[in-house]
Design a protein around this ligand. Structure first.
Ligand code: ATP
Length: 275
């Protein structure tokens, strides 16, 4: 996809399986929104092949669109309609909508059903956005940075909503800046930087984290000790065995491995702030 002279994404190749939560990560300007908009049929690509639910989004018709739910970065709520009214209005656009009360429950807005959208908190508005995307009972949902600006507890509550979508068998295409979000929710993760895919895998095996050196920290005799090891069990066994023999404690003993965020920062470091 090019915007004039700017090649926003090039040669990217990805596949999303039915029923999975797929996380698409990348720094600002990496090309996430461009890619998602192409998949949603909002943006016409300059080249390449795309198939979503078996059709080319650029040519797909109404029936295809009814199978897709979209939560954009900025919401589209009518501030003066209540939660129930907003969902009711949307339900009217679809041939077989999900029951409104069920959607309210699914997004955790039971206590706010009669509240106007403008009186909801940011997190609650976002949930209503998701409810709107769900009302047509789509097979596939696009969530573009759904928890940006949330406080930690609102973010966790929202994760429950997304986990609920997975339980319903929906396919979720999620873009996010939050590694922990990808770690918690995604079956598979793909990282894009400066328009190209730089890594893909499950959150666990991305960047081969399982096989990278672990770091052991502890305090002994008043000093900090830090050891890197690729044979963690053996090293720990020796360390703790010797400490027990000496009758000493290994204060503050802790084992750490590179986090998904460490891997992400390393992989995207060279891309700069792709302005
Ligand atoms: P963010 O995390 O900031 O939302 P993103 O990964 O979604 O970023 P995109 O919005 O896809 O990134 O942008 C990718 C590149 O394409 C950027 O360099 C951006 O400046 C450029 N770009 C995006 N939209 C347009 C447009 N309508 N016209 C021209 N250039 C654009």
């Amino acid at each position: 996809m090019s915007y004039g002279e700017t090649e926003a994404v090039r040669g990217i190749d990805l596949e999303v399986m039915p029923g999975e939560v797929f996380a698409f990560l990348g720094p600002n300007g990496a090309g996430k929104t461009t890619t998602v908009e192409i998949l949603e049929g909002y943006r016409h690509r300059s080249g390449g092949e795309v198939s979503v639910l078996g059709e080319d989004p650029q040519r797909a018709g109404r029936e295809w669109r009814e199978r897709i739910g979209i939560v954009l970065q900025s919401g589209r709520l009518d501030p003066y309609l209540s939660v129930r009214e907003s969902l009711g209005l949307y339900a009217g656009y679809f041939p077989a909508p999900r029951p409104i009360e069920e959607v309210i429950e699914l997004v955790g807005l039971e206590g706010k059903a009669d509240e106007r959208a403008r009186k909801l908190s940011g997190g609650q508005q976002r949930r209503l956005d998701v409810g709107m995307a769900l009302i047509g009972d789509p097979d596939l949902l696009f969530l573009d940075e759904p928890t940006t600006g949330f406080d930690p507890s609102a973010r966790r509550q929202f994760w429950d909503v997304i986990a609920g979508l997975r339980d319903l068998g929906k396919t979720v295409f999620l873009t996010t800046h939050y590694m922990e979000e990808a770690q918690r929710l995604a079956d598979r993760v793909t990282i894009i930087a400066a328009g190209e895919i730089v890594a893909r895998g499950t959150p666990e095996d991305l960047g081969d984290r399982e096989h990278q050196a672990a770091t052991i920290h502890y305090r002994a005799g008043g000093r900090e000790v830090k050891l890197e090891t690729t044979t963690l069990v053996k090293t720990l066994h020796e360390l703790t065995g010797e400490a027990l023999e000496r009758g000493e404690d290994l204060e503050g003993l802790e084992v750490t491995r590179p986090t998904l965020e460490d891997v992400y920062l390393e992989l995207t470091a060279d891309s700069g702030a792709a302005e």
